[in-house]
Design a protein around this ligand. Structure first.
Ligand code: MG
Length: 382
């Protein structure tokens, strides 16, 4: 078993390498888009055959640093797609944002087995991605803890279809707050997640609850659910990672500690379950578990994501890419916290809707949605 790891220096990337280290899984290739120092350390430990950096400004630096190693170093977005098409046991796609879409499609064309942490692939690409998966006979496992949980719950279904998916959400750092309390939220507050330690983009998405909206869209595509069959439930303790309900009313849930190495490892070793050093869950220590309804009016990204998946077409791509643009503005201290949700909802209303988008339409939608948010910002509308 060998692995091509895209996005090796991020939170999922480094935890994937923890799993590879534990189980002696060979790392055939690494790609990253920043943190050259960390990429060098990873390369020296795992000795991959290939490295790709999407940004040219890091290429010469990493080439010089690794000149004593026998490794092929590539550069550019296309090189990440090239790595995804290498013959290997698993392609782990832990790229952040829309940039993960094309490498996933490249891996499918090469009939590779993909462990996907990049939820934007399924959100933006939707039906197109699922079609490419089926047409090429590739395979896809999701690393997201909720989708891994749903997948595990369905392993015991004996071919029975679920009647409902219960997608749990921690609620992020601002659960229970109203809009007027969120006006002056700082970047530091938004980046302070109560349960999970993750990268900046997904942590802000958790604070706005956009992350759960993206996960809802991802679940609809991957599990072939109707949007109304997915119920989002706030579960502050992050012990129940999600659940499914069957026709007879029985609910099966997956529980565990909040440690991403568990779903990452399963996506790498499935159907085998190997030892994992993650802390074990003690039900008696977990104490009280609570479940509540989300507040779609305060966390209006959730509302936009629900509308988008019902509209279909390029609508999920619009909300995804408008969100990426708005989050980057927020992380650069250009706009306020509540502006993110407003920008996403406005983009869904104003960016051109396409009911049956081609890949080119999806790429155009990305640019149109980003341009829309950036030009509203420039005009002082957000
Ligand atoms: Mg998740």
């Amino acid at each position: 078993m060998d692995v091509v790891l895209l996005g090796s220096t991020g939170s999922i990337g480094t935890q994937t390498l923890d799993v590879c280290r534990m189980h002696n899984i060979k790392v055939k290739a690494l790609s990253a888009n920043c943190s050259v120092e960390l990429l060098e350390t990873q390369a020296r430990e795992f000795l991959p055959e290939y490295i790709a950096v999407s940004d040219e400004k890091y290429y010469h630096d990493i080439k010089t640093r690794l000149s004593d190693l026998n490794v092929k170093i590539l550069c550019g977005d296309e090189s990440v797609c090239e790595l995804a098409a290498l013959k290997c046991g698993r392609v782990v796609n832990a790229v952040v944002g829309f940039a993960g879409l094309l490498p996933t499609l490249s891996a499918f064309r090469a009939k590779n087995s993909v462990a996907l942490a990049n939820k934007e692939t399924l959100v933006a690409g939707g039906e197109l991605v699922m079609k490419a998966l089926e047409e090429n006979g590739a395979s896809l496992l999701l690393i997201d803890s909720e989708h891994s949980a749903i997948f595990q719950c369905l392993l015991g279904a004996g071919g029975n279809k679920f009647s409902k998916i219960i997608l749990t959400a921690s609620g992020g750092p601002f659960f229970g707050k109203h809009r007027d309390e969120l006006k002056n939220v700082t970047k530091a507050q938004a980046l302070n997640h109560p349960n999970w330690n993750m990268g900046a983009k997904i942590t802000v998405d958790s604070a706005t609850m956009m992350n759960k909206g993206l996960e809802l869209i991802e679940a609809v595509h991957y599990f072939k659910a109707d949007p109304d069959q997915v119920e989002i439930v706030i579960h502050r303790q992050s012990v129940v990672h999600s659940a499914v309900e069957f026709e007879d009313g029985a609910i099966i849930a997956q529980l565990g500690t909040a440690d991403m190495r568990i779903p990452i490892q399963l996506a790498l070793t499935y159907p085998k379950r190997l030892h994992c050093p993650a802390k074990r869950l003690s039900l008696t220590e977990a104490g009280k578990l609570t479940f509540e309804k989300p507040d779609d009016d305060t966390f209006c990204c959730l509302k936009a994501a629900k509308s988008a998946i019902k509209m279909g077409g390029n609508a999920p791509c619009i909300v995804n890419c408008a969100n990426e643009a708005a989050v980057s503005l927020f992380l650069n201290d250009k706009i306020g916290f509540l502006d993110i949700g407003e920008a996403v909802n406005a983009a869904l209303n104003d960016v051109k809707f396409i009911s049956n988008p081609s890949l080119d339409d999806i790429l155009d939608t990305k640019n149109a949605s980003e341009d829309y948010v950036f030009s509203r910002f420039k005009q002082g509308e957000i």
